[in-house]
Write a protein of this length. Structure first.
Ligand code: ADP
Ligand code: MG
Length: 280
């Protein structure tokens, strides 16, 4: 059963305290994710700005975005094409640097770090899941999963973790297969195991179900939901799919590089909040 079809059921925690007025708001209230001060921050960004120059043209891809994702929280980022979703995910994932603003991973500010330090932090504390899976074709599933651990020099621990992840994700029987021998859903499970192999503080996913059919997509979403509920994962997922977004705890809406509002998916009016955002 897909959780997306029943967004208000289940034993989900409310991740943000004091967010009663959490329907879509145009004034940016709650945009910093100010919430339960006892919860630890996994990723916290303040006033991120990023511009791209295309000849004469300057594009404000991000125009002052603040977001705080707590450990154990599942946040979806929605917005139309070009609203800055991927740019935000790249900045939160330390794959690119902002023109201004700050990103802290588990409370550690990254602004002053060297490229090597950023790379080290990214490899050890962040996991990435992509729409197109990005698996290496001539490596087996197991080798793909273990690659980030080898790069980070954590091979010994990873061998044990591989077994656990393969079991949790239901790919034990597929570890020797090459990506082309796997279905789309299996590939994304392998991608997810790879993202999790180094026990990251947060998994950053850019349209992870975008290349999957609805059924396979909801299976991957259910795995993410289960991982957050039962296994302590933290997930930030970019999606344009309202059903996918409703699997998260909280949806942040981006428009023109700014946060246009946010809603908790436990809210009774989550559907109308999404429709209001998409339609406006
Ligand atoms: P989304 O993921 O929401 O579709 P992006 O973050 O990819 O949006 O892009 C936000 C804006 O920045 C868009 O207008 C896009 O064209 C522009 N942009 C993104 N990356 C680049 C780049 N490398 N060079 C120039 N413009 C870019
Ligand atoms: Mg994008």
């Amino acid at each position: 059963m897909s959780r997306a079809s029943e967004p208000n059921t289940g034993g989900r925690r409310a991740p943000v305290a004091g967010a009663g007025a959490s329907s879509v708001v145009g004034d940016g209230a709650g945009a910093t994710g100010v919430g339960d001060s006892r919860a630890t921050s996994a990723v916290r960004a303040v006033d991120l700005r990023k511009r791209y120059r295309l000849g004469e043209l300057t594009i404000n891809a991000l125009d002052g975005v603040s977001i705080d994702v707590k450990k154990g929280e599942f946040v979806a980022v929605m917005g139309p094409s070009g609203s800055g979703k991927s740019t935000l995910l790249y900045l939160l994932g330390l794959l690119d640097t902002p023109d201004s603003g700050t990103v802290a991973i588990e409370g550690r500010e990254t602004g002053g770090l060297t490229d090597d330090e950023l790379t080290g932090l990214r490899r050890s504390r962040l996991g990435f899941l992509f729409q197109t899976f990005e698996l290496i074709p001539n490596l087996s599933a197991a080798e793909n999963i273990l690659l980030p651990a080898e790069i980070a020099g954590r091979r010994a621990e990873a061998a044990v973790r591989l077994e656990v992840l393969a079991q949790q994700l239901g790919i034990q029987q597929r570890l020797g297969h090459r990506p082309r021998q796997l279905s789309g859903g299996q590939r994304q499970r392998v991608g997810l195991a790879r993202a999790l192999i180094n026990e990251p503080a947060v998994v950053l996913a850019d349209e992870p179900t975008g290349n999957l059919d609805t059924k396979t997509g909801s299976e991957v979403l259910a795995l993410l939901r289960h991982g957050v509920d039962a296994l302590g994962w933290t997930v930030i997922m970019v999606t344009h799919d309202p059903l996918a977004a409703q699997v998260a705890d909280r949806i942040v809406f981006l428009r023109d590089g700014s946060i246009a509002g946010e809603t908790l998916t436990a809210d009774a009016d989550v559907r109308s909040s999404i429709e209001a955002f998409l339609g406006s």
